[in-house]
Design a protein around this ligand. Structure first.
Ligand SMILES: *[C@@H]1O[C@H](CO)[C@@H](O)[C@H](O)[C@H]1NC(C)=O
Ligand SMILES: *[C@@H]1O[C@H](CO)[C@@H](O)[C@H](O)[C@H]1NC(C)=O
Ligand SMILES: *[C@@H]1O[C@H](CO)[C@@H](O)[C@H](O)[C@H]1NC(C)=O
Length: 493
C-alpha cells in the first residue's frame, strides 16, 4: 500500500464539497426515514424506548454472538473503551437536558471549531443534540481505531474513482489508508484531528474496513449491457472469504464489526455477494433506499458528491453564496428524465413559470440566460429529486450554492441524519406531493427560509471534501456514522 495518493495528485489541495437536504414542516408529513441513533436524539433518556429496528446504546445493548470461538474473542480493552465512550456521551446528553430545564437554551460546547461562532439556537436547531454529538465526536477522535485489510490489489481493492459521481469511494479509501498511525511515522502528520484513526494492530481495532470499490468492480469486471451482476457479487464473496480465512476477526463477529463503503448504485446489490456481510455488516452506501433493505440503525448513508474534475465546480466555490434577497427564483431544477420521480417532476413543473419557478429538462437551461450554477445561486430552493436511485449529487451542490435543498424522494435515508436535523435546513417532499410542490415552498415564511439558509451555511462543513481531511468534513462525518453504529452493539468477550 506504499503507493502515491491518486486522488490527492490531481487538482487543488483543498476540494470543497457539500451535501444537503431540507425537510419542511409545512404540515406535510414526509416519508423520509431519519431514525437517529437514539443516543443522540434531543430528548434522549437512558431509559427511553428504542425504535424497533434501531439498536440503541441506552436501552440495552445488542449483544452479538461470538461466531468464532477459541481465543479469538474481542479484547476486553476494546469493549471497555467503548463503554467509557458511551458513558461520556450519556453524561453530555443529560447535561444538556438540565441546561434546557433551566431554560437558558445554552448548548454551546465551548469548542470554537465545533460551535463555529453561530448562536446556540442555530446549533440546537441543526443538531439533534449538539452536546451529545460534540462529546461523541471527541470520543471518536480520542479512541476510534479502524483496521484496514491489506489483502487485494488495485484497481479493485485499495483504490477507487477520484472524480465524477462515485468519487467518494476513491476518496474515502485513499484518505483512510493514508492516515497512517503514529507508529508509522509522519505520513498523517498534517491531519491532527484524524491522525491515528487507522491502526495496524487489529487487536486494538473497533471496526474492520473492507477496502474494495464497487465502482471499480463495475468498471473492470462488468460487461456493459448485460445487467449481469454476478461478477460483482463473486468479487465481494471472494474478498470476504479471503479475509475470513486468513484472520480470526470476521468469524468472531460474523462480520458485525466490519464495514464496506460504496457510492455506486449497485453497492447494495454487491453486498449480497456474501450473506453475512449483507445481514450483519455495516454498509456505508450512497444508495440508501429503505425500500431496498437499507437499515438506518445499522448501515450508514453517505452523501453522493460529484467531483467532476476532481473538485467542486469553481462557480460554487469562488464566491460566497448570495443572500436570500439576491435570489429572485423561488426554486430551480434542470436535469434529465431519469426514473419515475424526475418524470413526475418534469410533467408537472417543466416550463410552467420560468420567471419564478424555472424547471428545465436536461440541458435546456443552456439556451437560457444563465448557467446551471448561477441558477442555483439565484434560487432560494433547489429541487433535488431522486434519479434512477434515491441519492442525488444536487443536494451537496445546493448546499454549496447556499440554496435550501428540497429532497423529492421516497425512502431515502439522508446522510448523517443520526446527528443532523435535516428539517432545519432542507425541505422533504414525498413523491406523491409533487403536484403541491410550489404551494409547499410558497407556504414557508421568509423568516423560516432565512433560518434554513443559515442552517445550510453551517452544515456545509459536513459536505465538504478536504484533502487531507479536516475536522467535521465529509470523511470524518462518515467515520463518525460508523463509530455510532459500532457504539450501538457489544461483542461477547
Ligand atoms: C453558555 O455556555 C458557555 C460554555 O459553557 C459559557 O461560557 C457561556 O457563558 C454560556 N452562556 C450563557 C448565556 O449562559
Ligand atoms: C471462518 O469460517 C469459515 C467458514 O466456516 C472457514 O472456512 C474459515 O476457515 C474460518 N476462518 C478461520 C480463520 O478460522
Ligand atoms: C427504491 O427502492 C424501491 C424498491 O426496490 C424501488 O421501487 C424504487 O424505485 C427505489 N427508489 C428509487 C428512487 O430508485
Amino acid at each position: 500500500m506504499a503507493r502515491p495518493p491518486e486522488c490527492s495528485r490531481r487538482g487543488a489541495s483543498i476540494l470543497t464539497v457539500v451535501l444537503f437536504t431540507v425537510v419542511i414542516a409545512a404540515g406535510n408529513s414526509v416519508d423520509v426515514p431519519s431514525q437517529p441513533i437514539e443516543l443522540l436524539t434531543p430528548s434522549s433518556s437512558p431509559v427511553s424506548p428504542t425504535p424497533a429496528q434501531l439498536p440503541s446504546v441506552s436501552a440495552g445493548l445488542t449483544t452479538k454472538r461470538s461466531g468464532g470461538g477459541g481465543d479469538t474473542s474481542t479484547p476486553p480493552s476494546v469493549e471497555r473503551e467503548l463503554d467509557a465512550a458511551r458513558a461520556a456521551i450519556r453524561r453530555a446528553a443529560r447535561r444538556r437536558r438540565r441546561d434546557l430545564g433551566h431554560g437558558d437554551g445554552n448548548v454551546s460546547t465551548a469548542d470554537s471549531w465545533f460551535d463555529a461562532g453561530v448562536d446556540s439556537a442555530l446549533l440546537a436547531s441543526v443538531y439533534r443534540n449538539p452536546a451529545a454529538f460534540h462529546r461523541s465526536y471527541r470520543e471518536m477522535e480520542r479512541r476510534f481505531k479502524v483496521y484496514v485489510y491489506e489483502e487485494g490489489e488495485p484497481p479493485i481493492v485499495h483504490s477507487g474513482p477520484c472524480k465524477d459521481i462515485y468519487s467518494i469511494e476513491g476518496r474515502f479509501i485513499e484518505q483512510l489508508e493514508l492516515l497512517a498511525p503514529p507508529a508509522q511515522g509522519g505520513r498523517g502528520g498534517g491531519v491532527a484531528a484524524a491522525a491515528g484513526v487507522r491502526t495496524l494492530d487489529p487487536a486494538r481495532a473497533h471496526v474492520f474496513f473492507l477496502p474494495f470499490s464497487v465502482a471499480q468492480m463495475v468498471r473492470y469486471a462488468y460487461r456493459p449491457g448485460t445487467y449481469d451482476k454476478t461478477p460483482l457479487l463473486g468479487l465481494v464473496a471472494d474478498y470476504v472469504r479471503v479475509v475470513a480465512s486468513r484472520h480470526p476477526f470476521w468469524n468472531r463477529s460474523s462480520g458485525a464489526d466490519h464495514f464496506m463503503l460504496s457510492c455506486h448504485d449497485w453497492g447494495p446489490e454487491a453486498s449480497m455477494g456474501h450473506p453475512e456481510l449483507h445481514a450483519n455488516g455495516i454498509r456505508a452506501l450512497c444508495n440508501a433506499n429503505t425500500s431496498e433493505g437499507f437499515r438506518p440503525g445499522q448501515d450508514v448513508s453517505v452523501p453522493e458528491i460529484n467531483l467532476y474534475d476532481g473538485g467542486m465546480p469553481r462557480q460554487l466555490t469562488a464566491a460566497p453564496p448570495p443572500p436570500a434577497s439576491a435570489r429572485p427564483f423561488l426554486a430551480f431544477f434542470a436535469g434529465g428524465r431519469h426514473g419515475y420521480v424526475r418524470d413526475q417532476l418534469l410533467r408537472h413543473w417543466k416550463g410552467r413559470d420560468m420567471e419564478v419557478f424555472p424547471v428545465f429538462e436536461h440541458g435546456e437551461h443552456d439556451q437560457g440566460r444563465l448557467d446551471y450554477y448561477s441558477y442555483m445561486r439565484r434560487a432560494r430552493f433547489c429541487l433535488c429529486p431522486s434519479g434512477y436511485e434515491v441519492a442525488s449529487p444536487r443536494v451537496v451542490e445546493a448546499v454549496h450554492a447556499g440554496c435550501v435543498p428540497v429532497i423529492v424522494s421516497d425512502g431515502y435515508a439522508l446522510p448523517f441524519a443520526d446527528v443532523l436535523r435535516w428539517e432545519a435546513f432542507s425541505v422533504a417532499v414525498p413523491v406523491a406531493n409533487i403536484p403541491r410542490l410550489r404551494e409547499v415552498l410558497e407556504g414557508i415564511p421568509a423568516a423560516e427560509v432565512e433560518r434554513m439558509m443559515q442552517g445550510v451555511r453551517l452544515v456545509k462543513r459536513h459536505f465538504t471534501v478536504h484533502q487531507p481531511p479536516e475536522r467535521l468534513d465529509v470523511f470524518h462525518m462518515t467515520l463518525h456514522s460508523v463509530w455510532l453504529r459500532r457504539l450501538n452493539f457489544r461483542l461477547d468477550q
